[in-house]
Ligand binder design. Structure first.
Ligand code: CU
Length: 189
């Protein structure tokens, strides 16, 4: 004899507030620390290189692009990096593209009633003239939506960033372990 058990409505929500967030939000919330120490940028700002396709003299440069490995079945992953605008006009990060995800979005993180929630910046992210904007866990980040495969530790994820003025800039996200708070420094491991 088969017995059907009906769980009462109202009990399904008991798994916790975080269950309503998408996987990256849970990952960020789980690993969040307010003070994310990121070393000051040490690259040469504003220098144009032959290896990047972008208009000359826009002043935009991108450093320390990294990501975190994702679990099997996780459908979104984060992208973190530092953007310098050495030019004298504001620019705007408007989006991007990668072969390993269906969509690339720019997100911010808000506190809502004590809970961290991610929100898409549909208008993009302003990069003021002369300033540096850091995308890092717990704050602005790039969201790779609809991952076609998990992000594997040690892999390099090709990502093309789109800027309103500077055009496209190609970077490679260096995939770090799940709990990482920053990219590998190279000399230490
Ligand atoms: Cu996000």
């Amino acid at each position: 004899m088969t017995q059907y058990i009906h769980r009462p409505h109202g009990r399904y929500g008991a798994t916790g507030v975080l269950s309503g967030l998408h996987p990256m939000a849970r990952a960020i919330a789980a690993a969040f620390t307010l003070a994310v120490p990121l070393a000051a940028c040490d690259g040469a700002p504003g220098t144009d290189t032959a290896t990047e396709t972008r208009p000359a003299a826009t002043g935009i440069s991108v450093e320390r692009p990294w990501s975190r490995e994702t679990a099997a079945g996780q459908d979104a992953g984060g992208g973190f990096l530092t953007i310098h605008n050495a030019g004298d006009e504001a620019d705007r990060l408007t989006g991007g593209a990668t072969p390993i995800a269906g969509d690339v979005q720019i997100h911010t993180v808000d506190m809502e009633g004590g809970v961290m929630r991610m929100r898409e910046l549909a208008e993009g992210l302003d990069i003021p003239a002369g300033e540096t904007v850091t995308l890092a866990p717990g704050g602005y980040h790039i969201m790779l939506m609809g991952l076609r495969e998990p992000l594997a530790r040690g892999a390099g994820v090709p990502l093309t960033l789109e800027f309103e003025r500077a055009g496209t800039i190609a970077v490679t996200l260096d995939v770090q372990p799940i709990g990482a708070e920053g990219p590998a420094e190279g000399q230490d491991d």
